[in-house]
Design a binder for this molecule. Structure first.
Ligand code: SF4
Ligand code: SF4
Length: 276
């Protein structure tokens, strides 16, 4: 993970910055000599929305997707858990979804696969400076797409790659991972790491948690919201972000039902009495 930090510093320091109006020449199609060469031996960090799109594309649960297709590296320098797409164990370390004819999950491919060859960065990550966000080109040696003559602006590229939903939902995720709580050097307890992981990466487990535990007895959630999150992963994810903000950062994004706190206090008092 230190390599990633180093790369971030290098990008901020050395890479030419592109605005949405800037143009670049690039095209990727089955006729390029390097077709599929980039779909292997690569670190693809998956966002919560990537996982929802991929597991639904494959028609499997988020738990099954996580266990079959991802790795979650442990690093004490990480402020929050991350998930990477697991490459095959063949000589090329190829992506599990690459086929001779191209990406087999193309319509639901992850954000970073859509973005390539563009990267997106913010000079002051964590300080809500969306206006300072910039783009840059990642020129992989293997990639011959830059020799193609097709030109486009950054905006045109983003539109063609249908990145809008990814960025929109990604904004909510960014608000959490770039929260002042983390910038001040705070760390999540193991219990909160589990909560974070469940909401962000294991949405089907979070659905079970909301609907099969005492969650809805403890929190006052509008009936319309309850209906909305039942069968919609994205709505459930956004709802989960609110719960994380409440639980991890103490924000007033959820309302506890009246009587719940009092009952909890009575329970604790009874336990104290039993001990003494
Ligand atoms: S998900 Fe698709 S585009 Fe991304 S690395 Fe795998 S095969 Fe390539
Ligand atoms: S290496 Fe570049 S041009 Fe070649 S397939 Fe990958 S993205 Fe396309």
């Amino acid at each position: 993970m230190q390599d990633i930090e180093r790369l971030k510093d290098e990008i901020l320091r050395d890479y030419p910055r592109l605005t949405r109006e800037d143009s670049f020449s690039f095209e990727c199609h089955p006729g390029v000599p390097c077709f599929n060469d980039c779909c292997g031996d690569v670190n693809i960090f998956l966002t919560p929305y990537d996982i929802i799109r991929l597991k639904n594309h494959l028609g499997i649960s988020s738990s099954k997707f996580l266990s079959e297709h991802t790795i979650a590296p442990f690093d004490k320098n990480l402020t929050y858990p991350v998930v990477l797409l697991k490459m095959n164990e063949d000589a090329r370390k190829s992506c599990p979804f690459v086929k001779p004819e191209g990406c087999s999950v193309y319509e639901d491919r992850p954000w970073s696969c859509r973005m390539y060859p563009l990267g997106m960065a913010s000079p002051k990550e964590g300080e809500d400076t969306s206006e300072e966000e910039f783009f840059f080109l990642m020129k992989e040696e293997v990639c011959k797409g830059f020799a193609e003559r097709k030109g486009q602006t950054v905006t045109e590229w983003l539109t063609a790659q249908k990145i809008q939903d990814y960025n929109e939902i990604g904004t909510h995720f960014k608000e959490i991972v770039l929260h002042p709580f983390f910038r001040k050097g705070n760390h999540l307890t193991p219990e909160k790491i589990e909560m974070f992981f469940m909401v962000c990466y294991n949405i089907d487990a979070y659905r079970d948690f909301v609907f099969k535990s005492s969650f809805l007895d403890r929190f006052d959630v509008d009936a319309e919201i309850v209906e909305g999150i039942k069968g919609d992963d994205v709505e459930l994810l956004k709802f989960g972000y609110g719960w994380l903000r409440f639980s991890m950062f103490g924000e007033q994004t959820m309302t506890i039902k009246s009587g719940v706190l009092e009952a909890r206090e009575r329970e604790l008092a009874a336990k104290r009495t039993d001990v003494s």
